[in-house]
Structure formats: structure tokens, C-alpha cells
Ligand binder design. Structure first.
Ligand SMILES: C[S@@+](CC[C@H](N)C(=O)[O-])C[C@H]1O[C@@H](n2cnc3c(N)ncnc32)[C@H](O)[C@@H]1O
Length: 466
């Protein structure tokens, strides 16, 4: 027999009360049909919500599905009675698929690389977040019960993302102290453990710089079954969360919002210092561009190329292709220039797949008309050029004594004359706008040739052949 479902969220309680009201109404002949009708409509809306959210959210991965099935079918009462856990863990502890998907989205959106989870249970939230971390990302999960680490680890091992998770067992506050002592810092923290300690975890994280500026703390159960706002509720956990919510609301170091998802999920962002929040630091602060960043941007954001137009010659392969990807990843629109239109098209397609605006242009940069046409094509499509990456070059690799003058001319027509023509044509566009960057690449081959000649000559003097 299936256990009766226990209400755990404000919506589930609304459904429970509406069902009771409906039953009372059905047993009372005096209740007007209109009231029945309205009760049913309210019930349909409230009872349909969670299922709909679940069906319309992306499907969880197979390791997550297995973790969920294994967690909800486990006999947690027996585990506790057998002395394997300190506390009786209710199955409602688990972060479900919709909340897991929300956490995963937040990791993607914030581009977090280091995450801290306080209260892991069987690891559903941990694995959801780890799935969104980059390959070198790290998630540290604090969990009181060693039994849960052993429960979760075999499933973490089945996931390609499990290796990003490190579980630290013991009271979370001890782990936080250890992390602070070694100067650790996180981009995102998920607090989902013992409710009365939420406020202590939160204070510790902010007071000890465990959360970076602009970092995010997500906190679960912050509506606590509605008891945080119900006037007559004297529930201890509800009261702890009410105090917690109020403390966060009054804290000038952060901004926050409660999302009414399941039992409430608060998203808190640690805001950068501004004079309005000057209570945070001593008045000796010089609030200038050095402190707040030029244009209010931190240094790595200032290195981004969002909105810039770039081209790369010889971008159909090799290092030119790598330049094109790198400029595009940094935010620029990139024109892929190559003699071989097929290769240029392929690289432009690769960039499009990565969401980068790109165009392919066929041009032989040793021909003045091709150079001018490539510049005109870019300017007519994107209005200007900010970054010229003159990378195209050839090397026929002949020994100096065998190099024909035709080969010499061909090489210098591309490598020097062609590069000059590109600089000139792009430079004219840049001069008009008073801004531009030109990157001309040369080859290590020039140094290798120089060294070879030196060694070769010296060895000849010594009567050696190489
Ligand atoms: C609500 S569950 C966490 C659910 C989990 N985030 C998930 O994704 O399924 C709360 C967990 O916090 C753990 N916990 C409670 N008190 C703790 C403490 N002082 N230190 C560390 N973990 C604690 C419990 O053992 C339990 O596993």
C-alpha cells in the first residue's frame, strides 16, 4: 500500500485544504452549486501546477533519475533505527527534478566554476549542479551523515560529472571554518541543511568572504510551508526561516528574491560595494575607477570583445581557425577569410554552432582587389572593423640555395605585401572611427631558419655535417 502523501509546500497545503473543503461541501446539501464549482476550479489550478512544471521542464539525466528512484524507495526510517544515521531523514528532503533543473540553470547562467552545497542528502542537487559545471569545475558538498556519502558515491561514479563532486562529512560549520582557513571562495552556494543554522551559515559565508562578489547563494525551503508569513504559526523551523528571511532583507551586502517554487527558493546575490552600502567598509575607501573598475566592470569583463567586429585571414585551418574561435568566444563577430571558400565556410559554420556571428569570405590577400573586396564585404555587413588579425602566410620550405625567384616573390607577395595591404585597407576603416587593433602574426620558422643557418655555418667551419 502506498503511504499517504504528506503535504510539504504551500501549494500542497492549499490542495489539502481545498480537498477537505470540497468534501465538506459535498456532504452539505445547502452548499450552492456555484461554490462547488469555484472550489473545483481552485483545486484544478493548485493541484495541476507541480505536475505541469515537471512535465514542461527538461528531462533529468539517467544518473539523476536513478538517484531519485533510489532515494525515494529507500527505507530511511529503518536506516535510522539501525543506527546508520544520526537523524531520521524524511524522503521529502530530496531536491526534486524541477528544483534540480533550476539550480542547473543558475550554474549555467552565473558561469559558476566553484560551488558549495550545505546539506547534500543523497546528492540530487549536487549532481544537478555538477552537470552544469565546466570540466574543471568543482563542487564541495557538506553533509553531516557519512552514510549518505556512501549512498551517493556509486551513482556519482556512474556520471561523467560525478568526479567534480567532493563530499565533506561532519557538521557543515566545521567544514566552513576549514574552507575559510585555507582561503577558499565560491561562485555559488546552495544552503539546504538544518534550518535553525541557515542564518549562521549565511553570516559565516559573507563575513569570511567565502562567497565572491556577484556570487549567488540559493537557499531552499524559505517559504517553509507558508509558516514564514502565517501570523498564527509558532513552528520553530518556520520562525527560524522567518528570522533568516528578515535578516537577508535587511542586509545591505546583498540583493535577493524568493521564488515561490515548491517550498520556496531564495536567490541572493552579493552586490559590489557602493557608497550607499558604505557601512560595509571603513571610510578610507577611495571609490574611484580603480576600486569599482573602469565603466564599473571587473578586469576580466573588460577583456571581453562583445560588440566588436574582427576578421582573421587564413582562418580556414590551423592557428587562424583557433584565433577565429577565440575572438568569437570572447564576444566578437568574426569574418573568416581564406583562399579556400569551402574551408572558410566550414569554420564559419563551426562558429555559428557556438552561437557566434560569423561570415565566410574568399580572398587571396596577395591580390589588392581581393583585399579591398574582403574589407568592403565586412563593412557592408557589420558596419565597421575593430580587430584585424592578419594571419595568412605561406612557406614553401625550400632550402635557401634552391629557392627560385618566383617562389621568393610568391612568399613575399603573401607574407609581406599581402599583410601590408590588409593593414592599409583595414587601417583606413579604423582611422575613420579613431579606434582599431591590428594583430600581425609571423612564424617561428624565421627563427628556426636563422638558427639553422648559424649552426650549419659553424659546423661547416668545424668540418662537421648536419
Ligand atoms: C533537505 S536535505 C538536503 C537535500 C539535498 N540538498 C538534495 O539535493 O537532495 C538536508 C540535509 O542536510 C543534512 N544536515 C543537517 N544538518 C547538518 C549539519 N549540521 N551539517 C551538515 N549537514 C547537515 C542532513 O543530513 C540532510 O542530508
Amino acid at each position: 500500500m502506498q503511504a499517504a502523501k504528506v503535504s510539504d509546500t504551500p501549494v500542497e497545503f492549499v490542495v489539502e485544504y481545498l480537498l477537505k473543503a470540497k468534501e465538506i461541501a459535498e456532504n452539505n446539501a445547502n452548499v450552492p452549486a456555484e461554490l462547488h464549482d469555484n472550489l473545483q476550479k481552485a483545486l484544478d489550478i493548485a493541484s495541476g501546477l507541480d505536475g505541469y512544471l515537471e512535465r514542461m521542464s527538461s528531462q533529468e539525466s539517467e544518473p539523476l533519475a536513478e538517484l531519485y528512484r533510489k532515494s525515494i524507495s529507500h527505507d530511511w526510517n529503518k536506516v535510522h533505527e539501525d543506527g546508520k544515521t544520526l537523524f531520521r531523514l524524511p524522503v521529502t528532503c530530496i531536491t526534486g527534478p524541477v528544483e534540480g533543473q533550476v539550480l542547473k540553470m543558475l550554474v549555467h547562467m552565473s558561469k559558476a566554476k566553484r560551488i558549495l552545497e550545505i546539506g547534500m542528502f543523497t546528492g540530487y542537487g549536487a549532481l544537478s549542479m555538477a552537470e552544469a559545471l565546466p570540466e574543471n569545475g568543482q563542487l564541495i558538498a557538506c553533509e553531516l551523515e557519512p552514510y549518505l556519502k556512501d549512498f551517493a558515491q556509486p551513482i556519482f561514479d556512474k556520471s561523467p560529472h560525478g568526479k567534480k563532486i567532493t563530499v565533506k562529512t561532519g557538521p557543515a560549520m566545521d567544514t566552513l571554518k576549514e574552507l575559510a582557513a585555507t582561503g577558499e571562495q565560491f561562485d555559488m552556494v546552495f544552503i539546504d541543511a538544518d534550518k535553525p543554522n541557515y542564518i549562521n551559515y549565511y553570516k559565516f559565508l559573507l563575513d569570511h568572504n567565502l562567497l565572491r562578489i556577484d556570487g549567488v547563494i540559493c537557499v531552499d525551503n524559505t517559504l517553509f510551508k507558508g509558516r514564514v508569513y502565517l501570523k498564527d504559526s509558532e513552528d520553530d523551523f518556520g520562525k527560524a526561516l522567518r528570522d533568516f528571511n528578515q535578516f537577508v532583507t535587511n542586509d545591505p551586502r546583498v540583493e535577493q528574491v524568493i521564488i515561490p517554487l515548491r517550498d520556496g527558493l531564495t536567490i541572493i546575490r552579493r552586490v559590489p560595494y557602493t557608497p550607499q552600502t558604505k557601512t560595509q567598509v571603513k571610510s578610507t575607501v577611495t571609490y574611484d575607477e580603480v576600486f569599482r573598475g573602469v565603466q564599473g566592470k571587473q578586469v576580466l569583463d573588460r577583456l571581453r570583445l562583445d560588440g566588436k567586429v574582427a576578421y582573421v585571414t587564413g582562418a580556414g585551418q590551423g592557428i587562424g581557425r583557433a584565433f577565429a574561435h577565440a575572438l568569437g568566444e570572447a564576444g566578437a563577430k568574426v569574418a573568416i577569410i581564406d583562399m579556400d571558400k569551402g574551408k572558410a565556410d566550414n569554420v564559419a559554420h563551426e562558429l555559428t554552432l557556438k552561437g557566434i556571428s560569423s561570415m565566410a569570405v574568399a580572398a587571396d590577400i596577395s591580390k589588392p582587389e581581393d583585399v579591398q573586396k574582403m574589407i568592403d564585404d565586412i563593412v557592408s555587413k557589420w558596419g565597421t572593423i575593430h580587430i584585424a588579425c592578419n594571419n595568412a602566410g605561406i612557406n614553401k620550405n625550400s632550402a635557401s640555395e634552391d629557392t627560385s625567384l618566383e617562389e621568393w616573390d610568391q612568399t613575399f607577395n603573401v607574407n609581406l605585401r599581402g599583410t601590408f595591404m590588409c593593414c592599409q585597407a583595414a587601417g583606413r576603416v579604423m582611422l575613420k572611427q579613431g579606434y582599431g587593433k591590428i594583430i600581425n602574426t609571423a612564424s617561428m620558422a624565421s627563427l628556426i631558419g636563422y638558427r639553422y643557418t648559424c649552426v650549419h655555418d659553424k659546423d661547416k667551419e668545424n668540418g662537421l655535417e648536419i
